[in-house]
Design a protein around this ligand. Sequence first.
Ligand code: CA
Length: 226
Amino acid sequence: MNEPATILVVEDEEKIASLLRDYLERTGGYQTHWVGRGDEALQVFDEISPDLVLLDLMLPGMNGLDVCKAIRSKSRVPVIMVTALVEEIDRLLGLELGADDYICKPFSPREVVARVKAVLRRAGAFAGELLPPGLQIDESRHTASFNDKQLKLSPVEFALLSRLAANPGQVFSRDQLMNSIYSDYRIVSDRTVDTHVKNLRRKLAETAPGTDLIESVYGVGYRLVT
Ligand code: CA
């Protein structure tokens, strides 16, 4: 039996937060955690590894935009942004923060539960159905396993695997891969990516001999075989 999904509610207005938690727990059957400050959200995020974050835009300590960016820099966990300003949504969309959905205040709690469900379903389909069988990636913990065996990956190898797994089957150029794993990719050569991919492949093959999850596409780059 699956654990109920855990939702991190980042909201400084206590009344709204408790209304949300109440609905999410009773109607949705989720577990919830609440944090009222943006600057505390990241620490709690790391501690509880939520399955989804409901993130208010205006927060004390650190605003929702920066919290969202910080979460995205290390995780692809679904984020739903909550804002009191309808006009903000267009701007937020333009910023490409990587949020999965936006909800406008005032909202009906029922609508929030419906959105949460939809986003989790999408994320679950992504995580479970499209990845090669046996491969599991935990973005929030930066760990991966293959056939139930934990992979001992370096941070760069994990970033590579995570990037490839974001779109299984899609070919990524070396440039794209470098972009996603280094903040300053100009300092590394194509060959560096090849070396990391080679090591990643070796570790996957050691875990499950005879399998090759990463295909090199001649002259283009790499892709994750599905
Ligand atoms: Ca607020």
